[in-house]
Design a protein around this ligand. Structure first.
Ligand SMILES: *[C@@H]1O[C@H](CO)[C@@H](O)[C@H](O)[C@H]1NC(C)=O
Ligand SMILES: *[C@@H]1O[C@H](CO)[C@@H](O)[C@H](O)[C@H]1NC(C)=O
Ligand SMILES: *[C@@H]1O[C@H](CO)[C@@H](O)[C@H](O)[C@H]1NC(C)=O
Ligand SMILES: *[C@@H]1O[C@H](CO)[C@@H](O)[C@H](O)[C@H]1NC(C)=O
Ligand SMILES: *[C@@H]1O[C@H](CO)[C@@H](O)[C@H](O)[C@H]1NC(C)=O
Length: 332
């Protein structure tokens, strides 16, 4: 084979191995200082978005000609919202608190879990579930995959998964592990252990931001592990990056084949779950992915189901104002 042919084949193989970025569209940019934290999608395609800097739950219609963020509810006794997850059809659980944003911790005793029910014709019904006395952060949330009574919450400070009974509000730690804990460093954004949570079958998937990995563990109906915690991928091993990837929240695709991880500072990382090699696909865009905090697939149509929505925490100005926080869509 002539060298030029070999070169051509090699570069063709490389081009195949690294597909070009899919298009990314801006959906909505919030005004200054709205640190956007999490996202859940209603079956009618509406995006529900939380901000840790303002006590509002926002809804965005991504298909509107000019999408806008409208306020669904204001949680007056809090400074911001964190995790949000659907717990029964069109009923969402979310967490409020009094946040120290620089430390990403809530005042002890200020965390509360609420339910927002969109099934009533009278409009969204908001109900208080419980106040958490002894945690400083409920980060990612997910309904237990097999037990509809339990909400699971990632405690990024203690290194624990909590369970909250969605009927009685009773709560406690389901399990904890050094593999869920942050590392000793106090650097901003790096002292979060377990962060994103999602689940399928009997498997709980999570990210540990500080320890820089994405992992899984099998759990029983009470949320207790039935096997060891396994590392699926290390964020520092993401191909084509300078090893600076920090994992945040996760979205599983419908078939459970790929987990998409919103990743700081400007990545969305797809990790293959089927097969053994857990190949990673890295999407990087320094103008549209701005400290991605969470990811969720669209719902309501085939087109929406191929759309990955990413929330951007935003970027700091030299005066430490946050700008360009919002939601973008990746057309996978
Ligand atoms: C980011 O994505 C947009 C839209 O897909 C594209 O036009 C732009 O070139 C990308 N920018 C970078 C820095 O990759
Ligand atoms: C967008 O929604 C906000 C309320 O959250 C409202 O004040 C504003 O007028 C809306 N903008 C448009 C263009 O509809
Ligand atoms: C407001 O939150 C504090 C905890 O931060 C709690 O002690 C108090 O009972 C709450 N008040 C209301 C009216 O919910
Ligand atoms: C928090 O309080 C609950 C309810 O009183 C208790 O069951 C649990 O053990 C406590 N957990 C921690 C981590 O302090
Ligand atoms: C992740 O990194 C650790 C060492 O830091 C290594 O032992 C482990 O094999 C890696 N796991 C994967 C799935 O790459």
């Amino acid at each position: 084979m002539r060298p030029s042919t070999a070169l051509f084949l090699a570069s063709a193989a490389m081009a195949q191995a690294v597909p070009p970025n899919p298009p990314i569209r801006n959906i909505f940019t919030f005004p200054r200082n709205h640190f956007i934290e999490n996202i859940a999608v209603r079956s009618n395609s509406q995006l529900l978005v939380t901000s840790m800097s303002v006590p509002h739950l926002f809804a965005i219609d991504p298909n509107a000609a000019v999408p806008n963020a409208t306020i669904i509810h204001t949680f007056t006794n809090s400074t911001g919202l964190a995790g949000i997850a659907e717990v029964t059809p069109d009923v969402f659980a979310l967490v409020t608190g009094t946040w120290d944003l620089a430390n990403t911790r809530a005042e002890l005793g200020s965390l509360a879990v609420w339910k927002v029910n969109f099934n009533s014709l009278a409009g969204p019904q908001v109900s208080f579930l419980t106040q958490i006395a002894n945690s400083t952060i409920f980060n990612g949330l997910v309904r237990h995959p097999t037990n509809p009574r339990l909400l699971l919450a990632a405690d990024s400070a203690l290194g624990a998964v909590w369970k909250v009974d969605l009927l009685t509000g009773t709560y406690g730690v389901a399990f904890s592990s050094p593999l869920l804990a942050p590392t000793g460093t106090a650097m901003e954004g790096l002292h979060l252990g377990i962060n994103g949570l999602t689940a399928r079958g009997n498997t709980l998937y999570f990210t540990n931001s500080a320890q820089k990995f994405f992992g899984k563990v099998s759990i029983n109906s009470e949320g207790v592990p039935t096997g060891p915690i396994q590392v699926i991928s290390n964020s520092t091993a993401a191909p084509g990056t300078p090893g600076n990837v920090v994992y945040d929240d996760i979205a599983l695709d419908k078939k459970g084949k790929v987990a998409w991880i919103a990743s700081h500072p400007d990545y969305a990382v797809g990790v293959r779950l089927n097969g053994n090699n857990h190949a990673q696909r890295v999407i990087q865009n320094s103008t549209l992915l701005l400290n991605p905090t969470a990811a969720a697939f669209g719902r309501g149509s085939r087109k929406e189901e191929r759309t990955l929505y990413i929330t951007n925490g935003g970027e700091f100005t030299p005066e430490f104002d946050l700008i360009n926080e919002g939601v973008v869509a990746i057309d996978l």
